[in-house]
Design a protein around this ligand. Structure first.
Ligand SMILES: NC(=O)c1ccc[n+]([C@@H]2O[C@H](COP(=O)([O-])OP(=O)(O)OC[C@H]3O[C@@H](n4cnc5c(N)ncnc54)[C@H](O)[C@@H]3O)[C@@H](O)[C@H]2O)c1
Ligand SMILES: [Fe+2]
Length: 382
């Protein structure tokens, strides 16, 4: 067996209603001055007010930054860092989807280390130290609450990653009740993102791919594949929401240690240039990248198939898995083609060139992918 390293968040608190424990946990683990990073949609959805009350009752002073936007650009990160510094925050809470948690991670780092964003892009570059960090996901998607990753959109519409074990949150607080009001389209897109994390972790060619990630990826796909339709169509079903939130976290743990590949590399230009949500960007290229990878992944895809799709038990093949995923994306209401989301055909060569810049991800792809291949995949997806 090959040697490997596995890192994850040291404390996980999971359960319906567990947000009620926020005050106690923050008072014990974060101290009296906390910056909370979120987006305006969550404030409007009424999810932040109970958390603020809990913190206040526990004697924790909170400064709220609620200007995070999806696919956060650099200036939003910098504004959040400045606000936390002005408040003299001693700890950070990220409350929201991947966008809010990703910004919170960088606030915790940059407010304490004095580094700049330009200093820390890339894998293992950040030096720290950082402030204590608690993450509360409100989407079942990115798994950011347990990953060493933060994704920022640069001025050139490029999605860049800060990847460092330093930004794995100290505590992940997962309360499925917070996801009950997630609209069907966001539930679908973020759920598919989580499934992609599990699939790409399972087949990742990273030298650190490891048996823990493999086991987590299978269990994540079992939870996600068997519950995504119920979560989309019956949003108030706490059991389905719990399975999705747990599944997305397990997928996060898997890919945090066996990093994702070409689906993400080809999804990023779609989000970066056209503002298409991350999960939907993934779904748009998913069947096409998997068909491209199939010759290198027949066995892995056949192994994963019955976990996600029990009806394939006993006669699972790689191509049955890929086609079941394509059909699932449609069943949960995601548009199948790039043209359906307004992407012009002329954008294909530019997106292909941009995708090739994601070498951090492409090196993990089970089948080497050239510029020509990227272009052909976007053509097929258009
Ligand atoms: N750090 C990582 O490991 C990692 C992994 C994958 C993706 N990402 C990044 O995460 C970002 C995407 O995150 P996301 O998909 O979670 O979406 P998001 O954070 O951008 O949120 C999407 C929308 O959903 C709304 N929302 C979130 N929770 C809600 C709730 N409970 N009820 C109602 N509305 C709610 C938000 O207000 C927002 O409008 C992208 O920038 C992507 O690149 C990060
Ligand atoms: Fe993702």
């Amino acid at each position: 067996m090959s040697p490997f390293t596995f890192n994850t968040a040291p404390s996980l608190v999971f359960g319906s209603g567990s947000i009620a424990r926020l005050g106690e946990i923050a008072a014990q683990r974060l101290g009296p001055r906390v910056a909370l990073v979120t987006d305006a949609g969550l404030v409007k959805a009424g999810l932040i007010a109970p958390a603020l009350r809990a913190l206040e009752e526990a004697g924790v002073a909170v400064d709220v930054f609620d200007a995070v936007v999806a696919d956060p650009p650099e200036d939003v990160v910098l504004a959040a860092v400045e606000k936390a510094k002005a408040f003299d925050a001693r700890a950070v809470i990220g409350f929201g989807g991947g966008s809010s948690i990703d910004v919170a991670k960088l606030v915790a780092l940059l407010a304490a280390s004095g580094e700049t964003l330009a200093d820390i892009y890339g894998v293992g570059v950040a030096k720290g130290p950082r402030l204590p960090l608690l993450a509360i996901p409100t989407t079942a998607g990115t798994g950011s609450e347990v990953t060493p990753i933060s994704i920022v959109t640069t001025g050139a519409h490029e999605k860049k990653g800060v990847v460092s074990p330093l930004i794995i949150p100290d505590i992940a607080l997962l309360d499925p009740d917070l996801t009950l009001g997630l609209p069907p389209h966001v539930t679908a897109a973020t759920g598919i993102d989580a499934m992609v994390h599990a699939i790409e972790a399972y087949t990742s060619t990273s030298v650190n791919n490891n048996p823990v990630s493999q086991a987590l990826a299978k269990e994540a796909l079992r939870l996600l594949g068997r519950n995504i339709e119920r979560a989309v169509h019956q949003g108030q079903d706490v059991e389905a929401r719990s399975a999705m939130l747990l599944g997305s976290m397990l997928a996060g743990q898997a890919f945090a240690n066996a990093p994702v590949a070409a689906v993400h590399a080809l999804a990023y230009p779609i989000g970066g240039h056209f503002g298409i949500p991350h999960g939907l960007s993934n779904a748009l290229v998913l069947p096409h990248v998997l068909r491209f990878n199939a010759s290198a992944c027949e066995q892995s895809y056949a192994e994963l198939a019955p976990h996600a799709f029990p009806e394939l038990e006993g006669h699972a093949t790689g191509s049955a898995f890929v086609e079941a995923l394509a059909s699932l994306c449609t069943k949960v209401g995601l548009q199948p083609r790039l043209r359906d989301v307004g992407i012009p055909h002329e954008a294909v060569p530019m997106m292909a060139e941009d995708a090739m810049k994601q070498t951090r991800l492409l090196v993990n792809n089970p089948r080497p992918l050239t510029l020509e291949d990227a272009r052909a995949i976007y053509e097929a997806a258009w």
